[in-house]
Design a protein around this ligand. Structure first.
Ligand code: ZN
Length: 417
């Protein structure tokens, strides 16, 4: 039976997605009990309590930082609750050491009203009592804003290993030199320290690509396509199938597509073809394969990623996304789900490149595959519709499409290094 992968689905799927976006939703900054938490912080740090004027300054600093961090997106931060929107709560408490917590890894922002928590009282470690009051306020503001931006980003689908996404990673392990800690989605386990938290950080380009898929944060969403029949399992079959195309983004100079795929049988192989131009780089990033964690007995994710050049030679592969303070790759024991990723694979030849998602033996389930490349005028190609029958297949209901998406219902907690 002919295996098909329908690039024709793009138009259909785009319309489904467009219905979920088109207008920016505000994000409610909930400062209920914030004064109490700052009082506890000041007492722990051994400094005078913050005045109401100083607290207003901290709030203004937080908003200024959040506006800057999310400047590439349609994000409006408000201090009155419109109801039913995303919330960042600065007044909750948690055991010492805990700094923040998010509801989920919600790539695409399927649930708008997720809650992000910042445990403000636990930021006493930011305060050096001998420093000038203004410095204390500046550093505390930056640390609170950074964690607020971080937890919100989890609720929009970002994970800690996205902090490594602007490096070139093609397999094995790499020394990062700490580069990941300049970014918002770094955390204690990636080596983010006090000084890093006191600095206005930003998103990696890779993170910006993922945020470009967040409903309510973008006027137009890039394409998400759904695997409706088992796609090519060999490079020869993928060569005969329609190419996957990438949409130019507005928030970052990359082009991207998201694929909702399925490992339908044990050891299933899904191979996608892209027509790429020499000079770009390609990132492939599996998200939330099979929903949560990985089965007992597996030390990696449920899938493996492999990239093949136009000669059919494998040039990059990943079993999982492990990290430590200074190492990223297959070996480090820390990670957040261990879904595999390869970052910025150099494309040295113009032609057909292939991305393979390979299921582990004995497991089946859905995955999301995010692909993105530098935006070059010739990177994207117009797909040739190969069969009108594909249109019929493409008219699946929005409900069926929704069920294929993976939202990881897993609290993300963050603590100091
Ligand atoms: Zn986190």
């Amino acid at each position: 039976m002919r295996r098909t992968f329908s690039a024709m689905l793009t138009a259909v799927t785009v319309c489904m997605v467009c219905s979920a976006t088109g207008q920016a939703a505000p994000i409610f900054l909930d400062y209920g009990d914030f004064d109490s938490r700052l009082g506890e912080l000041a007492a722990s740090a051994g400094i005078a309590a913050f005045t109401s004027s100083e607290i207003d300054t901290i709030k203004a600093n937080i908003k200024s930082d959040l506006d800057a961090i999310y400047a590439d997106f349609d994000a409006t931060f408000v201090e009155t609750d419109p109801g039913g929107v995303a919330v960042i709560d600065f007044g909750l408490t948690a055991a010492p050491g805990a700094l923040g917590e998010a509801d989920a890894i919600d790539f695409g922002n399927q649930v708008a009203a997720d809650l992000a928590r910042v445990f403000s009282a636990n930021f006493d470690f930011i305060i050096e009592s001998a420093e000038p009051r203004a410095t204390q306020i500046d550093e505390l503001s930056a640390a609170l804003a950074g964690t607020a931006a971080h937890e919100l980003a989890h609720n929009l689908g970002l994970r800690h290993h996205d902090a490594y996404g602007d490096l070139t990673y093609t397999g094995g392990d790499i020394a990062t030199g700490g580069a990941q800690n300049a970014y918002i989605i770094a955390t204690g386990s990636t080596g983010l320290n006090e000084t890093g938290r006191e600095t206005l950080r930003e998103f990696t380009d890779h993170s910006k690509v993922k945020l470009s898929f967040a409903a309510g944060f973008n006027a137009v969403l890039p394409t998400t396509i759904t695997e409706v029949a088992d796609v090519a399992s060999t490079i020869a079959a993928a060569t005969a199938a329609a190419a996957v195309t990438l949409d130019p983004l507005t928030a970052v100079a990359r082009s991207a597509v998201n694929i909702l795929g399925e490992i339908s049988t044990s050891g299933d192989s899904d191979i996608f073809r892209l027509e790429l131009t020499a000079g770009t780089t390609l990132t492939a990033d599996v998200n939330n394969d099979f929903g949560s964690g990985f089965p007992s007995g597996f030390s990696n994710g449920n899938t493996e990623l492999r990239i093949y050049n136009p000669s059919g030679v494998m040039v990059a592969s990943s079993l999982r996304s492990g990290y430590s303070a200074s190492t990223y790759g297959n070996t480090p024991a820390s990670g957040d789900g261990f879904d595999p990723a390869v970052y910025n694979v150099p494309i040295d030849t113009t032609g057909n490149w292939f991305v393979q998602v390979l299921g582990e033996s004995g497991v089946t389930g859905d995955y999301q595959l995010l692909l993105h490349a530098d935006t070059l005028t010739s990177t994207t190609v117009v797909p040739e519709p190969s069969s009108m029958a594909l249109l019929g297949i493409g008219l699946m209901s929005a409900g069926a499409w929704r069920r294929r998406r993976q939202r990881k219902e897993q609290n993300q907690t963050d603590s100091a290094a």
